[in-house]
Design a protein around this ligand. Structure first.
Ligand code: GLA
Length: 401
């Protein structure tokens, strides 16, 4: 009898924990990560400055809460007990103190490591130290782990990521687990039980549509990334998300291109992890990153990833079903010149063949809100006619009248 009771208690505490980890990311995680701007040049001062900017510029109020240290936070060697050691020059007060500071401002602390023997930057990886590292993170109050895929020889990704996921669960500290194996082994088919988000593509690069070649790999512009995986929508939903990589908003593209990038990431239900130097961001950049209408699309409770409905004459049309039978629709002008748009809702029915939703403007009249201008424009009774500047977007929300 005693045995049965203790088995039942164990099972129920595991299932409560499983429910809690599901609840960690009912909508796509939002935050900031050091990599895109700072690579391995991270420090305590940088993180504190970022925390301050989160509060000062309304990023926290807009929903951004995770502050994630990417590669480069460690010393080059583990200590004599095999523990990871934060680089003492970069983090003189240690990571627990930094984590306490982040938490004291109502924010959450994330960290990076890798499934291989070394991280992509050559720092100690977690292979063979998974449980030890997870316990260390828990003792520092870590809330989010990004887990990379360099120097993994030929190990099995499902096994490697499951081991780390189990190690996190064993600490009993809720931590978001962000898988970063670039979509190589199609994690949208298996990682739902393992973590809350997984990279679906290679690394992003701050350009509209370029391929940036490194020695033996490429980084990709925003349109390349958005169009790279058209087949993974079924994998996304509340608690588990496809991650087309961190944002490059504010990192050198034009403001039109930044708008297109941010709008597309919201259409894709992407995690919104800023990658710019938020301490020095322009007003224009902050105002885009905190746009309530766009964030509401990204964070929509239905959690359905949008899809490319059409691509004709350098105009891409993306659509995303939202809760309460609303829709977001995004028109992107990918050409180098301004283009006229004429879209007749009466003759073009947008159908989501995967989730079986449709915009039927013959039966329903939808009002249309321009999400960037924050104004209502006509309704679906009339064709939508406008001009979209080069590399810019019109993103609208449709709701039934
Ligand atoms: C890989 C990841 C990046 C970043 C670097 C760190 O390239 O995809 O996002 O974490 O490693 O070295």
């Amino acid at each position: 009898m005693k045995l049965i009771i203790s088995v039942l208690i164990t099972i129920s505490s595991f299932s409560i924990f499983a429910q809690n980890t599901e609840k960690l990311a009912l909508t796509p995680p939002m935050g900031w990560n050091s990599w895109n701007t700072f690579q391995t040049n991270v420090s305590e001062d940088l993180v504190k400055g970022v925390v301050d900017a989160f509060i000062r510029d309304g990023l926290k109020d807009a929903g951004y809460n995770y502050i994630v240290l990417d590669d480069g936070w460690m010393a080059m060697e583990r200590d004599a007990q095999g523990n990871l050691v934060p680089d003492p020059k970069k983090f003189p007060s240690g990571l627990k103190t930094l984590s306490d500071y982040i938490h004291s401002k109502g924010l959450k602390f994330g960290i990076y490591n890798c499934a291989g023997n070394k991280t992509c930057g050559g720092y100690p990886g977690s292979r063979g130290h998974e449980y030890q590292d997870a316990l260390m993170y828990a003792s520092w109050g870590v809330d989010y782990l990004k887990y990379d895929w360099c120097n993994t020889d030929k190990i099995n990704p499902i096994g490697a990521y499951t081991t780390m996921s189990e190690a996190i669960k064993a600490t009993k500290r809720p931590m978001i687990f962000s898988l970063c194996e670039w979509g190589n082994s199609e994690p949208w088919k298996w990682a739902k039980e393992v973590g809350q988000l997984w990279r679906s593509t290679g690394d992003i690069y701050p350009c509209f549509d370029c391929e940036f070649k490194h020695d033996n790999w490429s980084a990709w512009g925003i349109m390349k990334i958005a169009n790279m995986r058209q087949d993974n929508r079924r994998g996304a939903g509340p608690g588990h998300w496809n991650d087309p990589d961190m944002l490059e908003v504010g990192n050198g593209m034009s403001i039109s291109e930044d708008r297109a990038h941010f709008a597309l990431w919201c259409m894709m239900a992407a995690p919104l992890i800023m990658g710019n130097d938020v301490r020095k961001a322009s007003k224009e950049t902050i105002s885009l990153l905190t746009n309530k209408n766009l964030i509401a699309v990204d964070q929509d409770s239905l959690g359905m990833q949008g899809f490319r409905y059409s691509c004709k004459d350098s105009m891409e049309i993306w659509a995303r079903p939202l809760a309460n039978f609303e829709w977001a629709v995004c028109f992107i002008n990918t050409s180098s010149k301004a283009q006229k748009l004429s879209f007749n809702w009466q003759t073009e029915e947008i159908i989501d063949n995967v989730f079986k939703y449709n915009i039927n403007a013959k039966i329903n009249t939808y009002k249309i809100k321009d999400l960037l201008k924050n104004t209502f424009i006509l309704s679906t009774d009339k064709p939508l006619e406008t001009t979209i500047p080069s590399h810019d977007v019109l993103i609208v929300r449709l709701s039934k009248k």
